[in-house]
Design a protein around this ligand. Sequence first.
Ligand code: SF4
Length: 224
Amino acid sequence: MSTAPIYDITPFTALDYPEHLAAIFWFAGCNMRCSYCYNPDIVLGEGKISHGQALDFLKKRRGMLEGVVLSGGEATLYSGLPELCQEIRKLGYKIKLDTNGANPTMLLRLLEKGVLDYVALDYKAPKQKFQAITKNKHFDHFSLSLSELLQRDIAFEVRTTVCNELLSVEDINHVINDLFRRGYRGKYYLQHYIEDTPHLGRIKKQKYQFEIDKLSNQLDVIWR
Ligand code: SF4
């Protein structure tokens, strides 16, 4: 177990946890390498904040914050996450997990312990493009995470980062079809890739237009 799994803490956000004031714990490391990732320091960096220090931070913020967002990097890589979540909840905070879904074993442990209040799941790409975009070959792991969430009574959202050089409107429609076919009826969030920040990999200047008018209307699509 890493002694310092957290790279940094954002002490306050009103944007990252729907309807809650929250802190963000940024976990170091990731099991993907998306070229458009705008957190290369976190993905490639070492943790600096220990489990105990993170809890001490929350003890001092009681009454000021309602929730904690577990983000990264990929928070589910931290083997002590179930215990950390239990302790966070004992302090009275709600927990939102941001995950790429590539660690269904940990997600399942968290769901079985009932320590999560909300999950934001990244659907990175349809199966045929998943490895090229994430450098992770386990679409099946992601798919299992999605199935686990669909089977349970937990609030969650699905989202995709759209970089026009990597994903076309046909790709997004493929994702929408898959979600709809599997029974997802929540909102589907699309977020624009941020061009003017440092990235993990090389991205060509975006020259393709994303043809919004060709988007499937099977799900309620929301751009952020
Ligand atoms: S964008 Fe990709 S590489 Fe970056 S943190 Fe998310 S899953 Fe990891």
